[in-house]
Design a protein around this ligand. Structure first.
Ligand code: ASP
Ligand code: MG
Length: 409
């Protein structure tokens, strides 16, 4: 007998029919003799609908009340799923976040989990119940409802698995695993049977939307056995997220991530002296704008150029900030471009293999794609290219690194 935590996303519980399908899958695991804890998201579109309602009242809704509002989406699905399970003859009990209780800090709309009391869930499991928990929500020390940030049900699932020392945490979604890249762009993309935590963390932060990044961090920290599976297929192993030392030889590159969510800003002719980067980025941070890649050129004639990227939605605001600091720091010119895309290669094998960067650059050069920025970490190389070449870049790299072929066993 194993203890399994299963998390179902919004599309997997998007209709009554789908909720019944979830109940049937859960029933199968029960029949095999396992204990099952199910975490559900709100029905697809519901959280957005609720946020839109709040914004009709005020464009920046009160965070405490917003949490009270958006947490209702998950309360609907736990009740419906518990009913569907009972309809199949199973014992089931729904739990809101505060009934668990899942304690968080008091940072509304992006609360962090502090403690999970497993007693009530254990008692229900031990008396033969399927435990159905509302994802995304918790309660702070003062009893206020909190939520964990968009996509937070993944984190609920992993956190419950950690607290209950579950044998496995299964994330059911509308794809059947983690792919080498998005199959909508590269039809030859392959499902990865395994991927390491570090790679998954990079992919999540680079814009792959399979798992909420915090859930991956959590799983890594508490060594939760995590698997991504399709809720629409019965067969399939999905993708198991592993610790590096478990598997032997790693492929050099595991996946290619990309995103179009960024914009690039450049300050030209900045005096090349200490404190300038701090002044520029300080002003940007004061405006609450997150910065991603940063590049500073070698200086010439006592000046240098300074380029960085921000979320595309903050491009205008960032340009305004730069035009303001331009005079303050004596820069010559400010320019910007929001028609860019970032393409990244991720793979733990990069650590031990030379030549990945040069192969990447050669591949892009052969397609006549210009790289505007480059940044690297131990297991990742990212380049910024013109937006319209993004798909071509991803396809060319996928082929060049043989990602369509399963690595030799
Ligand atoms: N319902 C929440 C959202 O849409 C949480 C989740 O689905 O994971 O962000
Ligand atoms: Mg999700």
């Amino acid at each position: 007998m194993a203890l399994i935590v299963q998390k179902y996303g919004g599309t997997s519980v998007g209709s009554i029919e789908r909720i019944r399908n979830v109940a049937e899958r859960v029933a199968k695991f029960k029949m095999l003799g396992h204990q099952v804890v199910v975490v559900v998201s709100a029905m697809s579109g519901e959280t957005n609908r609720l946020i839109a309602l709040a914004k009709e009242i005020h464009k920046e809704p009160d965070p405490r009340e917003l949490d009270v509002l958006v947490s209702t989406g998950e309360q609907v699905t736990i009740a419906l799923l518990a009913m569907a399970l009972k309809d199949l003859g199973l014992k089931a009990r729904s739990f809101t976040g505060w009934q668990v209780p899942l304690r968080t800090d008091d940072v509304h709309t992006k609360a962090r989990i502090e403690h999970i009391d497993d007693q009530a869930m254990r008692a229900a499991l031990d008396s033969g119940h399927v435990v159905v928990v509302a994802g995304f929500q918790g309660v702070d020390a003062a009893g206020n409802i909190t939520t964990l940030g968009r996509g937070g049900s993944d984190t609920t699932g992993v956190a419950l698995a950690a607290a209950l020392k579950a044998d496995e945490c299964q994330i059911y979604t509308d794809v059947d695993g983690v792919y080498t890249t998005d199959p909508r762009i590269v039809p030859e993309a392959r499902r990865l049977p395994t991927i390491t935590f570090e790679e998954m963390l990079e992919l999540a932060s680079l814009g792959s939307k399979v798992l909420q990044i915090r859930s991956v961090e959590f799983a890594g920290k508490y060594k939760v056995k995590l698997r991504v599976l399709s809720s629409f297929e019965d067969e399939g192993e999905g993708t198991l997220i592993t610790f590096e030392d478990e598997s032997m030889e790693q492929p050099i590159i595991s996946g290619i991530a990309f995103n179009r969510d960024e914009a690039k800003l450049t300050v030209l002719g900045v005096p090349d002296k200490p404190g300038i980067a701090a002044t520029i980025l300080g002003a940007v941070a004061d405006a609450n704008i997150d910065v991603d890649m940063i590049v500073q050129n070698v200086g010439a004639n006592n000046t240098t150029d300074f380029t960085f990227t921000v979320h595309r939605g903050e491009f205008k605001k960032a340009m305004e900030v730069l035009n303001r600091v331009k005079t303050e720091i004596g820069a010559r010119e400010v320019s910007g471009d929001d028609k860019i895309a970032k393409v990244s290669l991720v793979g733990v094998g990069m650590r031990t293999h030379a030549g990945v960067a040069s192969k990447m650059f050669r591949t892009l050069a052969a397609e006549n794609i210009n790289m505007q920025m480059i940044s690297t970490s131990e297991i990742k190389i990212s380049v910024v290219v013109e937006d319209k070449y993004m798909e071509l870049a991803v396809r060319a790299l996928h082929q060049a690194f043989d990602l369509d072929k399963a690595p030799a066993a």
